[in-house]
Design a protein around this ligand. Structure first.
Ligand SMILES: Cc1ncc(COP(=O)(O)O)c(C=O)c1O
Ligand SMILES: Nc1c(O)cccc1C(=O)C[C@H](N)C(=O)O
Length: 412
């Protein structure tokens, strides 16, 4: 009788046939750990360790202030932005790397509302969106005397109307992994002439993106997840070239000035996307991010997405057979989801703690979600097979009920 789910030897065969299998060696992965949380904090590329030593010892240590010119530190936000532009299929000069996703969201929302003062009354977003998106939107709405309409995703399309001032949506949902159809929602927003900001935090480096053909004009995104940019890596901000001329940053910092080193009293915004810079860029973090992005640019993006899909199918098949108590909540259809798979269980918290103790790092999202990130560059089929094997053992032997696994930690 054939087994209803793939065997370990099948997993080994899939790894052996994987065109991306060599990539794993380009990351530092701790011995004995299966890492399924690259959607929260990407792994460390080996090249980044080398790069960082150079950045610290040579560029900072020996170059000192000269490195702003000699190592082109000053050009880094735009240079790295242009590299991200390639990943999201935007044009050079449409992306800049700076600040956090949160701050970039704020800058873009404020810029867009300043560009269309009027009687619009509400900002539209999805209820259950990532908290920072909701918090920033609520704050911006309050500052403008507007309301925040946070609605379930199936009600968003119908709500867009003449009183909508701005829409903010996260492309791939951080918890469920559900994915919006950018082109479709963008067309609706355009039909009502409402600006729409996409949060690409769980999309960039994870799913195919094409800002140009989807006619998306505004986006923000994260550097420390699938781009492997390191903890707290700067985020990015995208504004399409034709929209840029109408927008100014609400934070008129000197780095966004047309000539920062002219040191003038008056503020003149930089002609390009650099106008969204505020203060001095965190150079070490930018350089670490550049290491991660260079790696992504070198990888074949079609192969990446094709492997992500294969990993997802493999994982969900194994989970259905071996851990049926964990209910899948991520859409099965590849074009409707990102690169993580989430499962609901009333005891997801202690189960995830027990799983981490067993050497498999996934994460928990309140109230009942076990989230497993699929990062094709450094994850294989055997990893998933073993992860599910350990998870099944944890459920079967009831180990997760031990008191130690119920303790909440500060960061989840
Ligand atoms: C969708 C989404 N937006 C924003 C953020 C937060 O970004 P930051 O902490 O860099 O501001 C995250 C994750 O941290 C996220 O998942
Ligand atoms: N940004 C994080 C952090 O500073 C600590 C722990 C986790 C994070 C995250 O990125 C959370 C993540 N955006 C999520 O999708 O849940």
């Amino acid at each position: 009788m054939t087994s209803p789910y793939p065997s370990l030897s099948e997993a080994e065969a899939r790894d052996a046939a994987d065109p991306l299998r060599e990539w794993r060696d380009r990351f530092v992965l701790p011995e004995g750990v299966i890492y399924l949380d690259g959607n929260s904090l990407g792994a460390l590329p080996r090249a980044t360790s080398v790069l960082m030593r150079d950045a610290v010892d040579r560029q900072w240590g020996s170059g000192l202030i000269r490195s702003w010119n000699d190592a082109d530190w000053i050009g880094a936000p735009r240079r790295i932005g242009d590299k991200i532009a390639q990943l999201i299929r935007a044009a050079p000069g449409e992306v800049v790397v700076c600040d956090s996703v949160t701050v970039n969201l704020y800058k873009l929302m404020m810029a867009l509302l300043a560009a269309r003062p009027g009687q619009d009354k509400s900002i539209l977003t999805e209820s259950g969106n990532f908290p920072t998106d909701l918090h920033v939107a609520a704050g911006v709405a309050r500052q403008h005397g507007m309301t925040l309409d946070a609605l379930p995703r199936d009600q968003i399309a119908d709500r867009i109307g003449p009183d909508t001032a701005l829409i903010v949506l996260t492309h791939v949902h951080y918890k469920t992994g559900e994915r919006f159809d950018i082109a479709g929602v963008q067309a609706l927003a355009d039909a009502h002439n409402v600006p729409l900001i996409w949060d690409l935090s769980h999309s960039v480096g994870a799913v195919p993106l094409d800002m140009g053909s989807d006619t998306a004009r505004f986006a923000v995104g994260c550097g420390y997840k699938y781009l492997n940019g390191g903890p707290g890596a700067p985020g990015f901000l995208y504004v399409s070239a034709e929209a840029l001329e109408f927008l100014g940053s609400p934070i008129q910092g000197w780095m966004g000035h047309a000539s920062p080193f002219a040191m003038t009293d008056g503020y003149i915004p930089a002609p390009g996307i650099e106008r969204f810079l505020a203060g001095t860029p965190p150079m070490l973090s930018l350089l670490a991010l550049e290491g991660g992005i260079d790696l992504m640019l070198e990888a074949d993006s079609d192969a990446l997405w094709s492997k992500s899909r294969a990993l997802f199918d493999f994982l969900t098949q194994l989970m259905a057979a071996r851990c049926p108590d964990l209910a899948p909540i991520t859409p099965e259809r590849a074009d409707q989801r990102g690169s993580h798979a989430s499962f609901a269980h009333p005891h997801a918290w202690p189960i995830n703690r027990a799983l981490i103790e067993a050497g498999v790092i996934g994460d928990f999202r309140t109230p009942d979600v076990l989230r497993l990130g699929l990062t094709p560059l450094y994850l294989g089929f055997v990893d998933l097979w073993q992860a599910v094997d350990r998870l099944a053992a944890i459920i079967d032997d009831g180990r997760w009920k031990r008191a130690e696994f119920s303790t909440m930690s500060k960061v989840t």
